[in-house]
Write a protein that binds this ligand. Structure first.
Ligand SMILES: Nc1ncnc2c1ncn2[C@@H]1O[C@H](COP(=O)(O)OP(=O)(O)OP(=O)(O)O)[C@@H](O)[C@H]1O
Ligand SMILES: [Mg+2]
Length: 437
């Protein structure tokens, strides 16, 4: 039960650090304000109002009783009442209240005035908002009535607005300061997240300069160290491999020349086939490492790129279902190379190919399906390894090295994505490429 509750609360909480921080600062302020306002409103303001109203109604009742007393000097009573209590009185003889009463249910002044007048058993009519600063009250006196004009501040204390202002203004100020500080605190985290995302996708990023609080700075510093280490490692790897590939070409050429000296024709054929294959491997690898090293990210429309690749194959067995227009930021030539490899494989093994492009919330998916023999589940991991070919009989059809899928997977992974295999609807292989953006 508690798990469900905490899950529900978590779903209500804002997801971003900035809004969470703001909530931590603003929530206690808001709760404090509401509490203070309720306490002030109830125990101070309303109670004071009730006290003042009660005193006023008491005075009015005293006035009416003195006025009605037998033998009373009515003029004198009215005068001292007006003079000392600052309340104007007009007496209307043989008259009824003409207007209907306009009591506002939401006004605490109206409410306490009604209660007090009722408790003194007076027949009344009042309007607290007709005149600004003055309350108009009529009290029945047998067939006549008194009309009183009472200063509003006899009924209520005017400090409520000032109080409300004084309590809200500092709160707004505190929240505003908190917003500025929080923005400054979350910016370096966002910057770090952005840099990590770009680096993870294989984009080139400039040197990361750590900023912000010391913990965030530390994380940024460690990220930068890690980035440099990975880059150094990658460069070292490809430099070494391309060095080896390069150096091997010389002895290979030498071997080719030496072949001429061999007499056995059969042997020459076998040797030269092997040497050709080795040369192809080296060339392929050299081309890949030099391309991927220097290429920069750029923006391109994905559907267009797929269309261009298909055109190059110049056959009508490939069907492409375009997806939504999508501008992707990545190394265009490498991606072109990867898609070409995969489509080329499909053309080798099948005569029906279908390509679909789909854009999701955070990534794009490219499906390449064919009606060939497919790849058995236990081989799917292996075919991504360099120089791995499933069986000789398959690859003998055409010259193949076994580097295509491994290079493709390398390219996709360096963009932060992955290649997966499934079963096609046409009975062959389904290659699923997903790339984040
Ligand atoms: N569409 C496919 N249908 C069936 N098998 C496939 C398909 N694509 C690849 N394979 C198998 O996976 C193996 C590895 O493919 P990969 O592209 O890496 O190498 P290759 O095509 O043999 O050589 P290269 O592409 O370097 O010229 C292939 O030898 C092939 O047996
Ligand atoms: Mg291939």
């Amino acid at each position: 039960m508690f798990y469900g509750l905490s899950k529900f609360l978590k779903s209500l909480l804002p997801k971003q650090l900035f809004y969470r921080g703001l909530l931590i600062v603003a929530l206690p302020i808001i709760i404090l304000q509401i509490t203070i306002s309720i306490v002030f409103f109830d125990s101070l303001w309303i109670k004071t109002n009730v006290g003042m109203t009660r005193a006023l109604v008491g005075e009015i009742k005293t006035f009416i009783d003195s006025y009605n007393r037998e033998g009373a000097d009515q003029n004198f009573v009215e005068n001292i009442f007006e003079e000392h209590l600052e309340i104007n009185v007009v007496y209307f003889q043989n008259k009824e209240f003409s207007d209907p009463m306009n009591e506002k249910w939401y006004s605490p002044i109206d409410r306490s005035l009604r209660r007090e007048l009722k408790s003194k058993n007076l027949e009344y009519w009042f309007d607290t908002s007709k005149f600004k600063g003055t309350v108009n009250l009529k009290i029945k006196n047998e067939n006549d009535y008194f009309e009183f004009f009472i200063p509003r501040d006899r009924l209520t204390s005017a400090s409520v607005r000032i109080f409300a202002l004084w309590i809200t203004f500092p709160a707004i100020l505190i929240v505003a300061i908190a917003i500025i500080f929080l923005k400054n605190q979350t910016r370096p985290i966002k910057k770090l997240a952005e840099a990590s995302k770009k680096f993870g996708r294989g984009e080139n990023i400039e040197e990361f300069v750590p900023s912000g609080a010391s913990e965030i700075r530390q994380a940024g510093y460690e990220f930068e160290n890690m980035r440099k280490r990975i880059l150094r490692h990658l460069n070292q790897r490809s430099e070494m491999l391309s060095g080896i590939s390069h150096d091997l070409r010389t002895p290979l050429t030498r071997m080719k020349l030496q072949l001429a000296l061999i007499k056995d024709k059969n042997l020459i054929d076998r040797f030269s086939n092997d040497i050709d294959e080795m040369e192809k491997m080296l060339n392929e690898y050299l081309q890949f490492s030099s391309e991927s090293n220097k290429e920069q990210s750029e923006e391109f429309e994905f559907n267009e790129l797929i269309q261009i690749i298909i055109k190059k194959f110049d056959n009508d067995i490939i069907k492409f279902n375009r997806g939504d227009k999508f501008l992707f930021n990545g190394r265009k030539l490498s991606i072109q190379r990867c898609l070409t490899n995969i489509i080329e494989n499909a053309t080798k093994f099948s005569n029906k190919i279908e390509i679909n492009f789909q854009k999701l919330k955070n990534n794009i998916l490219i499906y390449i399906e064919d009606n060939g023999p497919g790849i058995p589940i236990h081989e799917r991991e292996n075919v991504l390894k360099p120089f791995y070919k499933i069986d000789k009989s398959r690859s003998e059809k055409s010259s193949s090295i076994g580097l295509g899928l491994s290079i493709s997977s390398d390219i996709i992974r360096s963009h932060g994505g992955k290649i997966e295999f499934g079963d096609s609807n046409f009975g062959g292989l389904k290659v699923i490429i997903s790339l984040p953006f």
